[in-house]
Design a binder for this molecule. Structure first.
Ligand code: IYR
Length: 230
């Protein structure tokens, strides 16, 4: 994507200016909050299919995220193939059995009790799509030489946030799943060197009897997360 002889600064007028009135802005922030506060991390999926084009559009949205030096150090692998989903489930459950058998440590396992998770991960097979998010520690110029990426975890985190918001906006639910370690993913998916799996998003429609942990509805009040100097 990048070439060594295309690195000069070339400003263009700001495209897509929003220019909202104060009133419209008040309405817009309230409406967006109302959409986002209805997002829930869901573990119970229906097997109702989701069109590939929907996933593609959501990933296109993720790709608009800001990133260190605009290097866009991310890659997404969208999997609907049952055999690959099964393989990922089997490998993830193997790791999780160790974690829940004590490998996670007492404090961590205690912290997860109100979330109700365990080593059984049927959603990795039931959800119609798994999106594996990869972080790229370096990129390649057209001539095959490497360039370093910057603020990689921050950039990939922001892009993943955009992706989760886009999926929610599409009426879908997602589960951010982080089996640890995830070393099996890059070779299993044939990813290039320098890419590190960050998380797996299980994506689809919620099951008819889907539940969420009650604690998930408890969000810190604004006063606890915002300090204002005015
Ligand atoms: N990866 C495990 C454990 C887990 C860890 C955290 I932090 C969570 O918020 C939820 C689960 C699992 O997926 O079960």
């Amino acid at each position: 994507m990048f070439s060594k002889d295309n690195l000069e600064y070339a400003p263009i007028p700001l495209p897509d200016r929003m220019d909202l009135s104060d009133d419209d802005m008040t309405k817009a922030v309230a409406a967006f909050y109302d959409v986002m506060r209805r997002r829930h991390t869901v573990r119970d999926f229906s097997d109702r299919p989701v069109k590939r084009e929907i996933i593609e559009e959501c990933v296109r949205t993720a790709g608009t995220a800001p990133s260190g030096a605009n290097h866009q150090p991310w890659a997404f692998v969208a999997i609907s193939q049952p055999a690959m989903k099964r393989r990922i489930r089997e490998q993830a459950e193997e790791e999780e059995r160790r974690f829940y058998a004590g490998g996670g440590g007492d404090e961590w396992l205690k912290a997860l009790e109100p979330i109700g998770t365990n080593d059984d991960k049927p959603h990795l097979e039931v959800a119609p799509w798994l999106i594996v998010v990869f972080a790229q520690r370096w990129g390649l110029f057209g001539d095959g030489t490497r360039f370093k990426n910057y603020y990689v975890p921050e950039s990939v985190g922001i892009a993943t946030g955009f992706l989760i918001a886009a999926l929610h906006h599409a009426g879908l639910v997602a589960l951010t799943h982080t089996p640890n370690p995830m070393k099996f993913l890059a070779p299993a998916l044939g990813r290039p060197a320098g890419e590190k799996p960050v998380m797996i998003l299980a994506v689809g429609h919620p099951a008819a009897d889907a539940t969420v942990p009650a604690v998930a509805k408890v969000k810190k009040p604004l006063g606890e997360i915002l300090q204002v100097l005015e």
